[in-house]
Design a binder for this molecule. Structure first.
Ligand code: AMP
Ligand code: MN
Ligand code: MN
Ligand code: MN
Length: 286
């Protein structure tokens, strides 16, 4: 018997993460290396409304022997609510997707100026300039405003800042019309990817609304629900798995990692998919 048996690492998927290209704090290459250290073998970088981090992540992944799935997390407005649709295994050069994301980035820029104006009116000046410094070459998100306000000690934590200033009904909240649900799915499918409803339990939808969403999503060509997600409540994975079975949708797993400062969303720290749910990677691993 040979004592040089090949060592095959058990696959470990984390299919929802962020980098500096949106509101994460790691460079794409740092994210890949942190994922390798966490035992992740298959990683999707899914920045908000941008694919700018993918080429750096791809290079790092090649060097470190990790499988990188190119991804994106698209902001969607559906029935007046903001939802997130993750695209996995996309071709970022697909023109309709690239154009759609460019349009969302332009909307983000308009919103950022409006958030700055409203916060200034509320007695908190010059937040956009500081948010831009934090964002660097990446886009400005609400998370950047939240970090600016937290650094000024206007609230105890980034979460508190969201609650006091940046969510609906608060002084710095700006309602924005994002992509349509059908558009986002169409861009992702056109780009050869798989559309996934991110963290379906975070939208506080009633069962009736969630059923409606799953029905419309499936009808438009959506393929999966994020069943296992970072920081989810006990029972969320099981209840989301139920929607997968009912609607014939695949199941995804993703931490939604942004930063080591958020210990409740660790890279690769994910429960297994509940029994009876087909994994989203069966859509591309055959
Ligand atoms: P945006 O897409 O610019 O509106 O920012 C949304 C991002 O803000 C989300 O992806 C989260 O990363 C973050 N976020 C939203 N709500 C909260 C919250 N209550 N606490 C901390 N981060 C939040
Ligand atoms: Mn985010
Ligand atoms: Mn999200
Ligand atoms: Mn996310």
């Amino acid at each position: 018997m040979s004592d040089e048996m090949p060592v095959t690492q058990a696959p470990k998927y984390d299919l929802h993460t962020h980098s500096l290209a949106s509101d994460g704090t790691y460079r794409p290459a740092e994210l890949v290396s942190a994922a390798v250290n966490a035992g992740v073998t298959h990683l999707a970088l899914t920045d908000h409304d941008t694919t700018d981090g993918l080429s750096e992540a791809e290079q790092a992944a090649e060097q470190l022997g990790l499988r990188l799935l190119p991804g994106v997390e698209i902001s969607v407005t559906w029935q007046g609510k903001t939802l997130h649709v993750v695209g996995l295994n996309i071709d970022p050069a697909y023109p309709e997707l690239a154009a759609g994301l460019a349009d969302l980035q332009a909307r983000r820029e308009i919103r950022a100026n409006e958030i700055d104006r409203r916060l200034a009116k509320d007695g908190i000046p010059d937040t956009l300039a500081e948010a831009r410094l934090l964002a660097g070459a990446g886009m400005v998100t609400r998370t950047h405003f939240a970090r600016v306000l937290a650094a000024r000690h206007l609230a105890g934590s980034v979460r508190d800042v969201f609650d006091r200033y940046l969510t609906q009904g608060r002084p710095g909240y700006v309602a924005t019309e994002w992509a349509g649900l059908v558009s986002a799915i169409t861009w992702i499918n056109g780009a050869g990817g798989v559309a996934v409803i991110a963290h379906p339990q975070r939208y506080k939808l009633s069962a009736t609304w969630l059923r409606r969403l799953c029905g419309e999503f499936k009808e438009a060509g959506g393929r999966a629900l994020e069943v296992v997600s970072g920081n989810q409540a006990a029972g969320d994975a099981q209840s989301t798995a139920h929607y997968c079975r009912t609607f014939g949708l695949l199941g995804s797993v993703g931490s939604d990692f942004h930063s080591p400062d958020y210990p409740w969303c660790r890279l690769g720290l994910l429960a297994p998919l509940p029994v009876g749910v087909s994994p989203v990677w069966s859509a591309w691993d055959d």
